[in-house]
Ligand binder design. Sequence first.
Ligand code: NAD
Ligand code: 4PL
Length: 248
Amino acid sequence: MTDRLAGMTALVTGAAQGIGKAIATRLAADGATVIISDVNEEGGRKAAEEIGGKAMAIAVDVSDPDSVTALFDAIEAKTGGIDILVNNASIVPFIAWDDVDLAHWQKIISVNLTGAFLVTRAATDQMRAKGKAGKVISIASNTFFAGTPNMAAYVAAKGGVIGLTRALATELGAHNITVNAVTPGLIESDGVKDSPHKDAFEFVEMLQAVKGKGQPEHIADVVAFLASDDARWITGQTLNVDAGMVRH
Ligand code: NAD
Ligand code: 4PL
């Protein structure tokens, strides 16, 4: 849609479907070379084919340190390194508090929070080794502000992602790396269409200032802005994108 990301390379995790795929599509439309990285290898390949152009798929399990190391080795071999990281991969559970046991808690924290840590660790090391300015954008959730039920471990992990964002902005600013988070409201993604969350649209729309069903593109357009030079003076921030459902 623009050429504002021409010459940039972006890594989007969890981009085989849903919001991640929409983000990868929009960054590519703005001229970036996009790496689609997902634990769903086949889905990632299909998404890269659909996007076409310079898009490529490299599989990863963000919760597995060896897998993340292999991803960055492949990025090193195939590109000049990334300029933009979008931490999007996550599990979106629907689970009552009484069913939240330690195994569930550890799974969600390891993918949704430790996964963001592992990928950001490797990405910011690579950016600085190559002397690149960088943009780190993490997809959190407005459930952190709303205290949404049936996802306690998820909400806690998203709060962790926002905390990591604030801390890293301070440490990485001197290296010209900005670090921001985006908090979507309920979005009609592939994952949500396939889960009990789809039944919440009526309730969520009642709370929204602007009416309608949230779509992956509503988030992708904002991420593309944060990835661009127009957002160079924004860091350490959490941008809420939910049609005004919550105010923070
Ligand atoms: P989705 O379930 O449709 O897609 C998530 C993708 O992440 C899938 O392709 C999945 O294979 C991948 N993934 C899962 N675990 C992974 C792992 N260990 N390593 C690599 N990839 C992995 O989800 P979505 O609704 O598009 O959500 C995308 C992001 O937006 C997530 O961070 C989610 O928490 C956030 N979010 C979603 C909503 C919503 O209502 N859909 C609202 C707020 C925030
Ligand atoms: C408002 O992040 O932000 C349901 C499921 N409802 O995952 C989310 C809202 C869900 C959300 C989310």
